[in-house]
Design a protein around this ligand. Structure first.
Ligand SMILES: Cc1cc2nc3c(=O)[nH]c(=O)nc-3n(C[C@H](O)[C@H](O)[C@H](O)COP(=O)(O)O)c2cc1C
Length: 179
């Protein structure tokens, strides 16, 4: 296996988060595929709010950004808030910028309250593509409460979608590395 690194980033700050369950499913799959993958939960990484200035010198950001820069492929698991990714994930993208995202590969996993917000990652996906030439995996997981049972186990269909996103993430990331 080549030295490609992957990160699964869970952006929800909520205990009992469903997007974190999706992220853990992705982590398990990537580990089973034998790739070098690291888990990052934003709950464990209190970061400054992006102010476009002093935040970039914050020591909490330095360590986080170094970790993020080391990977080539990312799974970003996010709650959908107000028809968008949550503020914590948007803050990470604002704080880290081109050093982390340029020509990297990103797949999204979303937990939402209803079907109507299905296109909600479009805005951040386009921003990453157009700002940083990030490659977005053209497949994502979108799950609502109906996709989980009473024990918060994701359905078989969600499992199949996770398989698809994870295998495409690895396929595209390896292909772009070209070694
Ligand atoms: C502030 C806020 C805004 C939300 N906005 C939306 C929304 O626009 N569309 C939607 O489908 N669900 C929305 N929801 C529901 C969440 O997406 C849903 O509870 C999801 O499971 C949260 O992700 P998590 O379980 O990983 O924390 C919102 C929830 C909150 C708290």
């Amino acid at each position: 296996m080549s030295s490609t690194k992957y990160i699964v980033l869970s952006a929800s700050l909520r205990e009992g988060s469903r997007s974190r369950i999706l992220a853990q499913g992705a982590l398990d799959r990537l580990k089973s595929a034998g790739v070098d993958v690291e888990w990052i939960d934003l709950v464990d990484h209190p970061l400054p709010q992006c102010d476009g200035g002093a935040c970039y010198g914050d020591p909490r950001l330095h360590e986080f950004k170094t970790k993020m820069e080391a990977a080539q492929g990312y799974i970003l698991a996010t709650p959908i808030y107000n028809y968008d990714v949550n503020a914590a994930l948007k803050n990470v993208i604002e704080l880290t910028g081109r050093d982390v995202w340029t020509e990297k590969v990103v797949g999204f996993l979303c937990a939402a309250g209803g079907q109507g917000s299905y296109m909600s990652v479009s805005s951040i996906a386009a921003s990453l593509m157009l700002d940083f030439r990030t490659f977005i995996v053209p497949r994502f997981v979108y799950a609502t409460g109906e996709d989980f049972d009473e024990q918060d186990q994701a359905s078989e269909t969600i499992g199949e979608r996770l398989d698809g996103v994870c295998s495409e993430l690895v396929r595209v990331t390896e292909a772009l590395k070209g070694d």
